[in-house]
Ligand binder design. Structure first.
Ligand code: ATP
Length: 599
């Protein structure tokens, strides 16, 4: 029920058009129902000699033009009325099709926009954990299932209701016995449709989910195709895809088999119904129990009645599918949005940072960061070193409020971080992530992403500091060079440097390099740091790196182990003490000496 409410919400702005479509189908149905009645009157009372029984408005109209005798001499009038009714039916069916399609397209657009907007407001962790292929499936295929239902089937509910009620009223007013026989199968098909609806809903859910799994494999494979090639794991990947593909085929086949079974059985019931009306109707017509006109009316109505009743199965089937799709879309929309523009504080950020007994864990009890305390002043550089998984990235993620710390306090310029607006803090904390992602746009657009209004000179300046300007200039199209998805046309180091330029353009007072200098060689690393040094005045910088030469010049160095600070100090102090820093420094130092000997 909640999901139907959601659909109603999405229909906002299109409800009137939709009601117009339902009314049109009602009028078209009405015209199609009147048609056999005109035929009956023509057969029984105009050509035949039965006295005409009709509502006074019809009787008056016939009398005005000269009575039944006049109609008998001018049979073409009946033919014209039939043609006009058919035309009315056609016109309203056209409007029904037009309006329902128009509304459905617009509603689908609303859904896509809502879901996309909602996804943009999901927290960082949501996207870390979600499967992209599954999300794409929900935003495309599931939305399309709803669109098709709204464009084709939903208005048919209106037709079915109109048709069954109109036809039932007329049938019972003409002949109760015949009406009962004509409608005998309706409740059976209806009950059958409802059972079927529940089964289809289940089968479609499985098929839709398996399609999502297949999309995830496909999306992951295409994103990681270079890893696949590098390890020549094509066969493994093909087998994995084939398994998902086969599962999807099997589940969809089961769904189609179910649908085929329903159609066959409901067709059989309908044919039995039509057959019994014909046999009994002809028998009663020959014995004089009913008129020939009544038989014509009943056989025409039988076809009209059974069509929407059978259609009810299809409507319910598609409703089942749409409910599954709505549920999957609703699951996204149920996720709480991350409020980044709250009424929290938006103070001037200078860059004095103080961690006091900060602890943090991801959903489980294991502490990823345990009792972290340190202080860094505006303009200082702090380096973080530690084994993989020791919590370095987690620590800097806290600074950008990508995650919230569980206990302790982080103060920026004396203000508790949790009280500073997320959008504001993210604007002032420039972070170069460990895995840079470039969009398939031009290099210029990629760099200016963090500051859309950036002037060309600013873009070039950032690129210069990131030591990538000369490389870009060498490209044929310079800054307009299009970067392939994930920057495939660029080397790892080039991508990394563009990502650095993108972060620098914002002139943030706090900069974080999350192992982002690792993809560039030592010389470029040094060049970037020197350029940064020259440019930055008062920028507080966090550098995460395993390379001692990168972090040796930092004002402070902290060494993490299992989420705890095990060492801190500057380079000179740390190389004098036993510990991870000294060990890494010794190894890297001796390697460099060896290299120097070779060169
Ligand atoms: N989103 C997440 N949900 C749950 N656990 C996570 C998440 N991100 C990281 N972790 C876990 O938290 C711990 C610290 O991870 P983190 O990425 O901070 O380490 P790191 O020191 O930056 O490692 P690396 O040097 O390999 O980048 C790891 O055990 C990791 O598995």
């Amino acid at each position: 029920m909640n999901r139907l409410k959601l659909l109603w919400k999405f229909m906002k702005g299109n409800r009137l058009i939709y009601i117009g479509a339902v009314l049109s189908i009602g009028l078209a149905t009405f015209a199609s129902i009147i048609n056999p009645l005109v035929l009956k009157v023509s057969i029984d009372s105009v050509i035949g000699d039965k006295a005409l029984k009709a509502p006074s408005i019809v009787m008056n109209s016939i009398n005005k033009i000269g009575g039944i005798d006049f109609l008998e001499n001018n049979l073409w009038i009946s033919a014209i009325v039939l043609v006009i009714l058919t035309m009315i039916q056609g016109i309203f069916l056209y409007f029904k099709g037009k309006w329902s399609a128009q509304a459905a397209e617009s509603i689908a657009k609303n859904i896509r926009e809502s879901v996309y907007d909602h996804l943009q407001h999901q927290p960082y962790d949501y996207h870390v954990k979600s499967e992209t292929g599954d999300l794409i499936q929900r935003c495309t295929s599931d939305v399309d299932t709803i669109r098709r239902f709204l464009a084709i089937q939903f208005v048919e509910i209106g037709r079915a209701i109109f048709m069954i009620s109109f036809v039932a009223i007329i049938m019972f007013s003409l002949n109760v016995k015949m009406a009962l026989i004509s409608m005998a199968v309706v409740p059976i098909i209806f009950a059958f449709s409802v059972i079927f609806f529940l089964k289809v809903k289940k089968a479609f859910k499985l098929s839709d989910e398996s399609e999502a799994e297949m999309s995830t494999v496909l999306q992951e494979n295409l994103s990681g195709v270079r890893v696949v090639r590098a390890f020549s794991k094509e066969k493994f990947e093909i087998d994995k895809f084939e398994e998902k593909n086969e599962n999807y085929r099997y589940l969809t086949y089961k769904l189609i088999r179910l649908l085929a079974g329903y159609w066959a059985l409901s067709d059989l019931l309908c044919l039995i119904q039509i057959g019994s009306v014909l046999i009994l109707g002809v028998y009663w017509a020959t014995t004089g129990a009913i008129t020939l006109g009544t038989l014509v009316v009943f056989t025409s109505y039988e076809g009209m009645l059974l069509w929407p009743v059978r259609q009810l199965g299809r409507i319910l089937t598609d409703l089942g599918k749409s409910l599954v799709s709505l549920e999957r879309i609703g699951e996204i929309l149920d996720e709480p949005r991350e409020e980044i523009e709250s009424n929290e504080l938006t103070p001037e950020i200078k860059g004095n940072i103080k961690f006091e007994n900060v602890s943090f864990s991801y959903e489980n009890d294991n502490k990823t960061l345990d009792n972290i305390s340190f202080e860094v002043n505006k303009g200082e550089t702090i380096a973080i070193m530690g084994q993989t998984g020791s919590g370095k990235s987690s620590l800097v993620h806290l600074l950008a409020r990508l995650y919230e710390y569980n206990s302790g306090s982080i103060k920026i310029d004396g203000i508790e971080l949790k009280n500073i607006q997320k959008k504001w803090i993210r604007k002032h904390v420039g972070i170069v992530l460990q895995e840079p992602f470039l969009f398939s746009r031009s290099i210029k657009d990629n760099i200016s992403l963090a500051k859309l209004e950036a002037k060309e000179a600013e873009i070039i300046e950032s690129a210069r500091v990131a030591a990538i300007h000369n490389v870009i200039e060498d490209f044929e199209r310079g800054y307009d060079t299009k970067v392939g998805e994930k920057g495939v046309t660029l080397s790892g180091g080039q991508k990394q440097r563009i990502a650095i330029a993108r972060t620098l353009i914002n002139n943030s007072p706090i900069l974080i390099f999350d192992d982002s200098l690792s993809a560039v060689d030592t010389e470029t690393d040094l060049a970037i740091r020197k350029a940064l040094e020259k440019r930055k005045s008062g920028v507080t910088t966090f550098i995460i790196s395993h390379r001692v030469s990168t972090i040796a010049g930092a004002d402070k160095i902290i060494v993490l182990e299992n989420g705890k600070i095990v060492q801190s100090g500057n380079h000179e102090e740390l190389i004098k003490r036993k510990g991870l820093y000294k060990r890494v420094w010794t190894i890297q130092n001796s390697l460099e000496t060896e290299m120097d000997k070779i060169v």
